[in-house]
Structures are given as C-alpha cells and as structure tokens.
Design a protein around this ligand. Structure first.
Ligand SMILES: *[C@@H]1O[C@H](CO)[C@@H](O)[C@H](O)[C@H]1NC(C)=O
Ligand SMILES: *[C@@H]1O[C@H](CO)[C@@H](O)[C@H](O)[C@H]1NC(C)=O
Ligand SMILES: *[C@@H]1O[C@H](CO)[C@@H](O)[C@H](O)[C@H]1NC(C)=O
Ligand SMILES: *[C@@H]1O[C@H](CO)[C@@H](O)[C@H](O)[C@H]1NC(C)=O
Ligand SMILES: *[C@@H]1O[C@H](CO)[C@@H](O)[C@H](O)[C@H]1NC(C)=O
Ligand SMILES: *[C@@H]1O[C@H](CO)[C@@H](O)[C@H](O)[C@H]1NC(C)=O
Ligand SMILES: *[C@@H]1O[C@H](CO)[C@@H](O)[C@H](O)[C@H]1NC(C)=O
Ligand SMILES: *[C@@H]1O[C@H](CO)[C@@H](O)[C@H](O)[C@H]1NC(C)=O
Ligand SMILES: *[C@@H]1O[C@H](CO)[C@@H](O)[C@H](O)[C@H]1NC(C)=O
Ligand SMILES: CC(=O)N[C@H]1CO[C@H](CO)[C@@H](O)[C@@H]1O
Length: 836
C-alpha cells in the first residue's frame, strides 16, 4: 500500500465519521437532496431473502450496476413472531442491512408497511394479530391501529436510534407507510378512507425528516407521495402537481408458483419500460426485484409461492449477475445519470410521429437531450428527426443525450449473456454415495381411546386452521372418534367420507390406517375430498391432517380467508337408494399443532436416537430422512438437487432452507423456445420449464455450511420420494456470449474466481443466430477472432471497442455492424491448487 492510498483511506474513514445530515424533499419534478433534483435508480433487495454474508456483495453489485438506492420492505411477522417478542438477529438484522447500504455509499428506501404483500407469508402480518379479539386488519379499527402503530413506532425508533435517516446523516431518503392499499380499498368503504388518513397522520407524526410514499394510493393525503407499481408506468401521474412521478415497483420479472412454469421478462422490455418512464417525466424508479433471493423456511406466501424468489431479477437467486439483464440495465443507468440535470431541470416537449412513435426533447441551459420512442409492437419505424433519419426498432426507445447520436437503444443489447451451469459437487464425484438414515412420522394419534402427545385445543366444531396453529407449523391434526352401534348402516362397505377443505393438502386416516391424500391444484385451493372407508363396530378414530403451503398475501380482507378444513365432514352411506348422512362436523375434535418430528426437532439432531439405517423406505410419505455431506469447495453458490423427492421441507444444519415440491410439475403447455420482447409483457408470455418440476434446485447459503466436519441435511417427506437422487452442486458460468453494436464496448467477464479459457467464436460484421449458436453472416472481419483471443484469453474480464479500427475491416457498408463472441469460462490455476 502506498502513502497515497493510506491518505485516501484515512479520508474515507474521516468522511464516514463526519456524518452529514441531508435535506431530502421533493417537488413536482423530482426528489431533491440538499436542494438538488435527482434521478434516482433504485432496486429492491429484501434482507430476509438472503443472508448477512451475502449482503455486501449483493449491494456492491447493485452499485456496480448503476443503482443509487436500495429499497426494502420491513417484515413484521419475521420480527415479531410472537406478540412483543422480537427478532432482529441473523438475516433479520435490519440495522446491519441498512448500514451495509450506507457502507457502499448508497441511499435506502424503507417501506415499513407494515402490510407488505411481497409474496411473503400472510403479507407480512403476524398470525397472532388476526387472532386478537375484535380486530379487523387494514381498516379503521382501534385494536389493529394500536398494534400497527406499536410496530411502526418500534421500527422508526430503531432507525432513529441508529441515526439511519438521511436527516440524521443516515442513508434512508424515503419511507413508506401501508402498501398498495388503493388497489383493494373499495370493499373497506368509509373505514378504508379514514384508515388511509390515519396512516398519513401517523407517518407525519414521526417527524423523520424524509418524505413518505404511499404506493398505488391515488388519494394519498398530502404530503404523502403517491406512486405507481406495475410493468409500465409511463402514463402514471401523481395526484398533485407538486409531487414527482415516482415508480416504486417496476416488476423485473415475476414470481413462480408450485405447479407453474418459470416466468421471464426480457432485458429489452424492462429497459423499454424504464426509458419510457423517463421519457415521460419520471425521475425515481425502483426495480422490483433487483435481487429476489430465497423464501427460506415457511416465509413464502401465496398460497403456493415457490421457495425460490428468483424473480428473473438482474441478480439471480444466488447473487450472480443475471446476464444480459444486469448489464443491459447498467449501460442504461450510465446514460440516464449523464442526463440528470436536463431530465430534472429541463422543459420537455413531445411530438407524435404517428404509428406509435414519439420524440421527446428536454432542454435546459442551452443543452438538449432526446428520446425517440416506438411503442408499436411489431413495426420498426423510421422518422426524420431534426433533419436526420433514425430507425427505431419496434417496442424500443433510443436515447440521444445530445439529440444527435444514439447512446442507447432499449432493443439493442450490448451486454453479455452468461450461461450458468450447476456443477456436481467435487466431493461427490467418484466418492461414496450419500448414506441415508430415516424415521417414520407417526400418524396413529390415539391409543386405547386416549390421544397421544399434546392436544392444543378441543372444540365441538371445525376451526380456522391459523386460529389454532398461530401458523407456527404448516400442519394441524384433527382427531375425533365416532362410535358406531351394531346395525348402523354406516358399517356397510359402501360408506364414503367426504371432507370439504379450503386446502391446501389433506391426509386422511381411519383407525390408524392411511386412507388417502389429496392436494389442491395451483389456483384452485378449495376441494372436496372423498374416499370409501370401512368402519368397525364400536369406537373409530378419524384423523384428518391438514397442511398449508403459504398463507394468502393479497386482496381485500385476504387475512380473513379461512384456511384448512371449514367442513362439513360427513359420513355417507346409502340404504334403499336414499343417502344416510352422519354429519360429524360438530363432533368433539381434538387439535394438535405440528408434526411430531417438528415438535421434537428432528432437524436439529446431527446424531441421535431413533434413526434407522436399514430398510430405507422410498416412495412413501411421512418419512424423515437424514444424511451427512461435505461442503463443496470454493465460493460459488451451493444448491441441492431434490429432483427425486415429493413434497416437504428441508433443513441444513438446522436451518430451514424452505419447502420443496419437485414432484409438482408445471403444465406441458405455455412455453415457447422463442421469446419476443415486443408487445406488452404479462407473466405467461416468456415461460420456461414446462412439464418440469416448478423447482428442483434449492439454495444452501454458504454461511449455513461448515467446513470442518460434515454437514447434516434433514428432509421431511410428506408425499413419497426417493432420496437416493439427492445431489449437491455449485453454480458457475460455463459459457459467456456477447454481442455488441459498433460504437459500443463489448465487455466479457467470467466469475471472480474464473478466467476466459477459450474463445470459440468471434465475428465482427453481420453475424446471425443467438448466443451459443452464432454463425458468420454476409460479411465479416478476418481479424476479429485473433484480436479477441489475444485480449481476453486468460483474463477474468476484457473490454473491446467495437470498431473496424480495432477489429479490422468488414468489407460491408451498413449501419448495424455488430460483434458476436462465444467464450468459455474456466477455473483459474490458483483455485484449482487450493483444492489439493
Ligand atoms: C430543504 O429543501 C427544500 C427543497 O429544496 C427547501 O424548500 C427547504 O427550504 C430545505 N429545508 C431546509 C431546512 O434547508
Ligand atoms: C407497544 O406495546 C407495549 C405493550 O404491549 C408497550 O410496552 C410498548 O411501549 C409499546 N410500544 C410503543 C412504541 O408504543
Ligand atoms: C405508418 O407506417 C406505415 C408502414 O410502415 C407507413 O406506410 C405510414 O406512412 C406510416 N404513417 C405515418 C403517419 O407515418
Ligand atoms: C408437550 O408439551 C410439553 C410442555 O409444553 C413439552 O415439554 C413437550 O415437549 C411436548 N411434547 C410433544 C411431543 O410435543
Ligand atoms: C365388507 O367387506 C368385507 C370383505 O371385504 C366382508 O368380509 C364384509 O362382510 C363386508 N361387510 C358388509 C357389511 O358388507
Ligand atoms: C367407492 O366405491 C364405489 C364402489 O363400491 C366406487 O364406485 C367409487 O368410485 C368409490 N369412491 C371413491 C372415492 O373411491
Ligand atoms: C353439517 O354440520 C355443519 C355444522 O353445523 C353444517 O354447517 C353443515 O351444513 C351440515 N351439513 C350437512 C350436509 O348436514
Ligand atoms: C352444530 O353446532 C351448531 C352450533 O354450534 C348448530 O347451530 C348446528 O345445528 C350443529 N349442527 C349439527 C349438524 O348438529
Ligand atoms: C412462439 O412465439 C413466437 C414468437 O413470439 C410466435 O410466433 C409463436 O406463435 C409462438 N408459438 C406458440 C406455440 O405459442
Ligand atoms: C398494479 C399494476 O400496475 N398492475 C399492472 C401490472 O402490469 C399488468 C400487465 O401490464 C397490468 O395488467 C396490471 O394492471
């Protein structure tokens, strides 16, 4: 380290000590910071969906990607799992997360809610809240408002105590109260209107010194900023000319459901949406999500949201660059930031050229910046703009920061595409197969007329599942006994048990024997279960096990939707062609919360009694499995392949890595190998993975693993599967392909611990085809391949100017010359050495 860098570091340390309060405000054009209007590019990263060990890298990658704000919700049910018992530890350490943002020199937006939606279990509400007498959520209800206030105050106080608001020198420049309430407000009537006023007053009363936002709330009272969420927000206008046009959620992709294929949104279409927003006066926009991450444990909402919350975001579930999306947006951010003054101060005028093509000119202090937009879904359009012909591809916007030359077009991707692969764990290769131990989850619940284990509640009716469980488990046992006298017609062999359930899974047992199971299909959670049962004379034990797969998180009164078995539960037999119905809904039901294995914490036992090694059962439900494994070497993200399994939950060293359900396959239909970015996006437009498991790979964060000794994987298998296929893998880049137009730079990078090992293809001219299958086109420079090889092979990354000067003459005279490269990424020698 030289003396210059020491001085630099000292200055850095001093500057972060000398905390400077910022004046954050807004006007009709933009958020202002110390009086200066800003272009703010924000991205959502939800702290509980990754780990503190991942945060610095995620936030740094967001910064490299050109963001200046990180946005997060605050998750009430995670922080207050039991009334007045708080948890801010591990990945719930909100203060540490905000400080990590500050350490990177970025701003933060804190969306407190406390209702968050977010595909998060129960929208972030704790279930105990629902269970308080006389409460009504999200409306003018004293009991609810007192609880909401108690929690929001707790969060505001925590932030204030740590001096995290910008007015105190911290990074938080914006806060949010409530969330998307405008979408559902109607059914709440006047109570809803009163409530939103109360929310605004509550927020104002905190005097945090930074503006508050209410998204999707057209009647947001002043000074709350109302903002837009959606795929496109260019037509949005705030409810008052003194508020800036703010986009709190630009959905970068979409979430996945059990039983669904995987949604994608193209880089071209997101860029199009962002640029149109700025073309039409927007100045703050947030990518929802920038990093989606993982729904660990039982945090996914829904019902039926998968454990992966990848969202096709610019950073993938594991924190890798999702290329070309990350790079294409990064290139956009550079251009937008260069135009900050003119976009936030300038006057603008838009001319309509017909065919959905418009030109917008921003002018300020003698300078101009222009947008040429074409919203036609199929036609490229050529316009004569200020005496120059410009061709604007369909569904794209060109940015001309000087109103002459195109610096960016949303449809022309100059960023690389990375093909990620899952490499089987080295330690598994050629090593012995995993050794499994197992245990049954008992389903016999009665012995000699007495119920085994702890009964939580007894009632002569069927109860809403979450009221009984407080949602501490997915599972609730319902146990009753039916006394049958000799001669009762239900002793016939044609007796049917019918159970009406709101879902999501039901397992039925009679006299300790499994009768059958059924689960709801995605999108149709209510079902009637029917099975033929044979009862015996005397006492019969009827046991219903109901399982939920994430509580609802969206809609008016979603919190009141009953889950589990509302009944009726009927025994039906027919005699002389008439149905005889025994209605056992009002029987005395004993309720037991959770599985035995959950209650005694099988997942915490590295060793322990009761595990069998012989006779491993497969394709059978209600089995706990356990194995030991070595951590994969290196720093690449780790996943476990659960393809052979049915449905259940998985734990690594006691950490719940989420629900798994690989046996639930997505429908065969709806995928298309080509994805046209043009035309309005919807989540069913660019699907992959039809006919495959909705989720096969499950993320194990590195910090869950230990390197000195074996790790434990425990599975609870509910429906039946085969653990012999379980494999561990790491995720890395195998191929990188890049494509850049003349006048741009082609940038190619492998992971931090890799180098570009080979260049398989390079052509500068008019190459055709897609990443991985590029071919030479009509014209081509003969030097391209050797230039790329000499500059890139052996390097972690390289950057090449795309021009005839660097790459040699192409012999063709067209405006759309491009360079296409296919390369391979490989492990460097040094990391290879570390393995031996
Ligand atoms: C903060 O900035 C706003 C907008 O520029 C300005 O109106 C206000 O006077 C400033 N407040 C302080 C205390 O400087
Ligand atoms: C929240 O409620 C508890 C009582 O349950 C009370 O002690 C505490 O002061 C309240 N917190 C706030 C910030 O109102
Ligand atoms: C719209 O496009 C069509 C075909 O590209 C062209 O013939 C027509 O002149 C265009 N209309 C305008 C108003 O530019
Ligand atoms: C039953 O409850 C007791 C007391 O709460 C607890 O110690 C015990 O572990 C529970 N047993 C089971 C099997 O859940
Ligand atoms: C029910 O079926 C069993 C054999 O499956 C038979 O032994 C029994 O008699 C039948 N009971 C009645 C009531 O039909
Ligand atoms: C019950 O048994 C009858 C014949 O005895 C059969 O027709 C019916 O499909 C069975 N119902 C179910 C749900 O299995
Ligand atoms: C069974 O009893 C429940 C509870 O009283 C009732 O809601 C339901 O309508 C009854 N069903 C039938 C078919 O009798
Ligand atoms: C079940 O109990 C409720 C009262 O809790 C009663 O209104 C209803 O009639 C009962 N149903 C049956 C089938 O007994
Ligand atoms: C697949 O996408 C292409 C391009 O968008 C479209 O032309 C084609 O009809 C689609 N095929 C199916 C089966 O949906
Ligand atoms: C809340 C919101 O803006 N939703 C919109 C999201 O985008 C889809 C597809 O464009 C629209 O249908 C929704 O209205």
């Amino acid at each position: 380290m030289n003396s210059f860098s020491i001085i630099f570091l000292v200055c850095l340390a001093l500057s972060s000590l000398a905390i400077k309060a910022l004046n954050v405000s807004y006007d009709g054009r933009a958020i202002t910071i110390d009086g200066k209007r800003r272009v703010l590019l924000s991205g959502s990263i939800h702290y509980p969906r990754s780990t503190p060990e991942m945060w610095p890298s995620l936030i740094n990658k967001a910064k490299q990607g050109g963001l200046n704000v990180i946005e997060t919700y605050v998750f009430w049910n995670a922080h207050e799992p039991l009334h007045r018992q708080y948890d801010f530890s591990g990945n719930l350490d909100l203060v540490r997360f905000i400080k990590t943002i500050q350490d990177e020199g970025l701003y933060a937006m804190l969306r407190i809610g406390p209702y968050v939606c977010a595909e998060w279990n129960y929208g972030g509400f704790p279930v105990w809240l629902h269970n308080i007498p006389n409460i009504e959520l999200r409306t003018n209800n004293r009991v609810y408002q007192d609880e909401m206030k108690n929690f929001t105050t707790k969060i505001v106080d925590l932030m204030r105590h740590e001096k995290l608001f910008a007015s105190q020198g911290g990074p938080i420049i914006l806060a949010q109260i409530e969330n998307e309430y405008g979408n559902v407000m109607g059914p709440y009537g006047n109570g809803g209107k009163e409530y939103i006023k109360w929310c605004a007053q509550l927020a104002e009363s905190y005097q945090i010194g930074v503006p508050w936002v209410m998204c999707q709330q057209n009647d947001a009272p002043d000074p709350m900023i109302n903002s837009c969420n959606g795929y496109y927000c260019d037509n949005f206008q705030p409810n008052n000319g003194n508020k800036p046009k703010t986009w709190t959620e630009n959905w970068t992709g979409w979430f996945n459901n059990w039983g669904g294929a995987i949604p994608h949104r193209t880089a071209e279409d997101i860029a199009f949406a962002v640029v149109r927003f700025f073309q039409y006066g927007g100045t703050f926009q947030n990518y929802y999500m920038y990093h989606g991450g993982t729904n660990f444990g039982r945090t996914s909402g829904g019902p039926y949201i998968t454990t992966s919350y990848d969202y096709d975001a610019p950073l993938d579930e594991y924190g890798n660059f999702n290329q070309p999306k990350w790079g294409h947006l990064k290139n956009l951010h550079v251009v937008l930031k260069s135009m900050e003054a003119v976009l936030t101060q300038g006057s603008s005028s838009t001319v309509d050229y017909g065919n959905m093509t418009t030109a917008t000119v921003y002018s300020y202090a003698g300078k101009s910046a222009c947008f040429l937009g074409n919203a036609h879904p199929t036609n490229d359009n050529t316009i004569n703009f200020q005496n120059v012909e410009y061709t604007i591809p369909a569904w794209s916007v060109s940015i001309l920061p000087d109103c002459r030359s195109e610096a960016y077009n949303t449809a022309k991707v100059n960023a690389q595409t990375s093909i990620m692969v899952k490499k089987q764990n080295q330690a598994d290769n050629g090593a012995e197969p995993l050794k499994w131990e197992w245990m049954y989850e008992p389903f016999r619940q009665m012995k000699n007329g007495k119920i085994l284990g702890n009964v939580s509640m007894t009632a002569s009716k069927l109860l809403d599942q979450k009221v009984v469980t407080n949602d501490i488990s997915d599972y609730l046992w319902h146990i009753t006994s039916v006394d049958v006298q000799k001669g009762d017609p239900i002793l016939s062999n044609h007796t049917t048990l019918r159970v009406k359930t709101n879902g999501h899974l039901l397992h039925v047992f009679v006299n300790g024997k499994r009768v059958g199971s059924q689960y709801a299909k995605y999108d149709k959670y209510k079902f009637d279960y029917e099975a033929n049962v044979s009862l015996k004379q005397g006492k019969n034990e009827i046991t219903l096990l109901s399982g939920t797969v994430g509580l609802p998180n969206y809609g008016a009164h979603f919190d009141d939707v009953q889950v589990g078995i509302p009944g009726p539960v009927l025994l039906i037999t027919s005699k002389d062609n008439t149905d005889i119905i025994k209605n056992i809904s009002n029987n005395s039901w004993s309720y037991k919360v959770g599985l035995h294995g959950e209650n005694v914490k099988h997942y915490k036992q590295a060793s322990g009694k009761g595990w069998y090694t012989n006779g491993l059962p497969t394709e059978r439900g209600f089995v706990w499995y356990k194995t030991m494994f070595e951590s994969p070497i290196g720093s690449d993200p780790v996943v476990v392949d659960l393809k052979g399994l049915g449905k259940g939950q998985a734990w690594v060293n006691g950490n719940n890595i989420g629900r798994y359900w690989p046996k639930y396959l997505a429908s065969e239909d709806g995928c298309n190998s080509t994805c046209d970015f043009r035309g309005a996006y919807n989540p069913s437009k660019c699907l992959t993975g039809c006919g495959e498991s909705s989720q096969r790979w499950y993320h194990i964060p590195r910090s869950f693993l230990t390197y000195n000794g074996p790790n434990t994987l425990v599975l609870f298998e509910e429906l039946g599967g085969n653990p012999y296929d379980v494999k561990f893998a790491t995720i890395t880049i195998e191929k990188a392909c890049a494509n850049a137009y003349e006048g741009n730079k082609l940038e190619l990078a492998c992971n931090e611990n890799q180098v570009i090992s080979e260049v398989k293809f390079a052509s500068f001219g008019l190459p055709v085809g897609n990443c991985g299958s590029f071919k030479k086109g009509e014209c081509d420079s003969s030097n391209a391949l050797s230039v790329i090889k000499s500059q890139c092979v052996g390097q972690q990354s390289c950057s090449i100017e795309v021009s005839e000067r660097v790459l040699g003459p192409t012999g063709c005279r067209v405006s759309q010359l491009r360079l296409a490269v296919d390369a391979l990424c490989g492990t460097t020698v040094s990391t290879e050495m570390k393995k031996h």
